[in-house]
Design a protein around this ligand. Structure first.
Ligand code: ADP
Ligand code: MG
Length: 591
């Protein structure tokens, strides 16, 4: 994707509108920057005037000291203004970005699952973190600085022409050259920046994936190969940076050269002018040359920087556009419902549910099923049969296309989404833990849940013993993705999570599948405790764990094949019987 050298005005306006709550901060920052530009432009004039009047023409020591103090005062003022302008514009930038980031993240958090199915994590992280960084620069060093630079240019050029138009023309002669060079290098820089960004993304993605998948890398002895790949990518990364640095390094000497040329031209002009002039006229020239030498720098610096600043604005606007794209995306569950009081202790009715993740590839076909309040229903079936999908529909993580789901008399589409979800707890096979304490991983930051409640729940599911053994107990810091905890232990933590939230409806999706036999016993007991008297859906691979369920639902390819108790289904001699016999003989073989 190439970033063109234009700025999308609509996006830019929208971006600037985020500064509206900080209007006074913005105005104050602009005021400081503008005052600084004006004050700075006048200083060379005053110095030139001072030299001409009190050094060259009359040797008036007192006046000279007075004006020197004035100039020093101006310098101090400029210092203060410089500080204020930089501090205020950065404060403004960070405040604005904080708002945008909050808006963005809050928005992303509520997207429906379908969005996350098709968006890579890395891309989202880039949006929320690094893209926004580029947007920050628009406010911290783009927008306000450009105003300062432009005003400074206008004042410097006006003052120069006011003092001596011929000398001014001489001085600005190299400027077209500077503008030309700036354009060329701005383009070169833009290209190398783009390359740099691609390489950075490549490096990040590579490192992130290899570290996340480190166990596979080591297990299959891929270290050498992966290291080679890394070297390759790392080389590309260096090259991209070197290109950028090269463009940068050659540009600044050229600017220096041009500004020296400007001063040289001025001196040549002075020499030509001086020949055949009276001593008095030539003396006036000295003072002017002092002023002009100071002005030359004030002229060249902003012109050179304007290109940089324009790049910053442009880059920030392009990134802002991508951020806004996400903010504008309305990928939420449609119709989030309004009912906020309903009895979840009622029968759940699935009525002729049809569902497809994509188009018309039906993953669930005509699912009709009642789950009585307080009962435990088990879903069994091959991998991909649609067991997890049914559960996802109940929590409205996806919206079904046909049919209805009722809890008692309430259609779940009418129930407010967050209310619905607080009454349903889902324990998954793969437990995600945040890098935080055990306690916080259980409460998920809900401060109304006390330590006593957590401990009681842990005791209930039989996890208290192992947690107490950890250094720091409940304050033990869990590493990212669970760190040193075993699968079974992580599973138990998610049981505690479910228990303290005390939901009306509990769903266990293959919660026992990948657990060692020691933990399995604990988890089996915990399951019995948690499902007792609570409407529960248990999805299990091992049929031994669900034999006592009130109802067993056998699914195949998205359809219900059989429903009944363990005994009934065995007698029925159908799908369930086959599954059961197969597992039974497998277990025998294993022994
Ligand atoms: N997020 C998804 N996007 C598209 N297809 C999916 C998604 N999740 C599951 N599927 C597909 O839906 C079918 C049912 O999956 P699932 O309900 O997870 O099965 P089970 O839990 O019984 O193993 C499978 O064919 C699976 O590939
Ligand atoms: Mg599943």
């Amino acid at each position: 994707m190439s970033e063109k050298a234009t700025i999308n005005i609509f996006i830019f306006k929208r971006l600037v509108s985020f500064a509206r709550p900080y209007k006074s901060l913005f105005l104050f920052a602009v005021l400081c920057t503008v005052t600084l530009a004006v004050l700075g432009s006048f200083r060379p004039y005053i110095i030139g005037d001072m030299v001409s009047k009190y050094v060259i023409k009359s040797k008036d020591g007192d006046k000279l000291i007075f004006w020197t103090i004035v100039v020093v005062g101006m310098l101090v003022m400029e210092g203060i203004l410089q500080f204020s302008s930089s501090y205020l514009s950065n404060l403004l930038a960070q405040s604005v970005i904080k708002d945008i980031r909050e808006k963005l993240f809050g928005h992303v958090l509520s997207f429906r699952m379908r969005y996350f199915d098709s968006t890579p994590v890395g891309a989202l992280v880039t949006r929320v973190v690094s893209d926004l960084e580029a947007v920050t620069e628009v406010f911290s060093s783009g927008l306000i600085d450009i105003a300062g630079d432009l005003i400074s240019l206008v004042f410097v050029i006006s003052l120069m022409f006011f003092v001596d138009w011929e000398l001014s023309l001489m001085t600005i002669l190299p400027i077209p050259l500077l503008i030309f060079a700036t354009r060329i290098f701005a383009r070169a820089m833009r290209n190398s920046f783009q390359l740099e960004r691609q390489q950075v993304t490549r490096l990040n993605t590579f490192v992130q994936e290899r570290i996340t998948g480190i166990s596979i890398v080591q297990l299959f002895n891929r270290q050498k190969q992966e290291y080679k790949n890394f070297e390759e990518i790392n080389k590309g990364h260096r090259q991209a940076h070197v290109n950028a640095v090269w463009a940068n390094s050659i540009f600044f000497p050229i600017v220096e050269m041009l500004s020296s040329m400007s001063i040289a031209l001025m001196l040549v002009w002075g020499a030509v002018y001086a020949s055949g002039k009276t001593a008095d006229q030539v003396e006036g020239m000295y003072a002017q040359i002092i002023s002009f030498t100071l002005w030359v720098n004030m002229l060249f610096r902003p012109i050179r920087q304007l290109a940089d600043k324009f790049n910053i604005l442009q880059r920030g606007t392009v990134r802002a556009e991508r951020v806004f794209e996400i903010i504008d995306l309305n990928d939420h569950i449609q119709n989030p419902g309004t009912v906020t009081s309903c009895d979840f202790n009622q029968t759940i009715h699935f009525k002729n549910i049809h569902f497809a993740y994509k188009d018309e590839n039906w993953v669930l076909k005509n699912i009709s099923l009642d789950i009585e309040a307080g009962s435990t229903v088990a879903f069994v079936g091959a991998t991909g049969a649609g067991k997890s999908t049914i559960v996802n529909l109940l929590g409205r993580f996806y919206d079904y296309q046909k049919g209805e789901i009722f809890i008692g008399d309430s259609n779940i589409r009418d129930i407010e989404l967050s209310y619905l979800r607080t009454n349903i707890a889902i324990v998954l096979q793969d437990v995600f833990l945040f890098s935080d304490t055990i306690h916080n991983n259980i409460t998920l930051g809900d401060n109304s849940i006390s330590r006593e409640q957590v401990i009681a729940a842990a005791k209930e599911v039989g996890a208290d013993v192992f947690i107490q053994k950890l250094p720091g107990g409940y304050d033990y810091q869990v590493g990212e993705r669970g760190g040193v905890l075993s699968v079974g232990q992580r599973q138990l933590l998610s049981f505690i999570r479910a228990s303290v939230y005390n939901p009306a409806i509990l769903i266990l999706d293959e919660a026992t599948s990948s657990v060692d036999s020691e933990s399995e016993e604990l988890i089996q007991k915990a399951t019995e405790k948690l499902t007792k008297g609570r409407t529960s859906i248990v999805i299990a691979h091992r049929l031994s764990t669900i034999q006592n369920s009130d109802k067993i639902v056998v699914l195949d390819a998205g359809e219900i094949m059989e429903i009944g108790s363990h005994q009934e289904l065995l007698l029925h001699n159908g799908f369930y019987r086959k599954l059961y016999d197969r597992q039974f003989s497998d277990e025998k073989e294993a022994k």
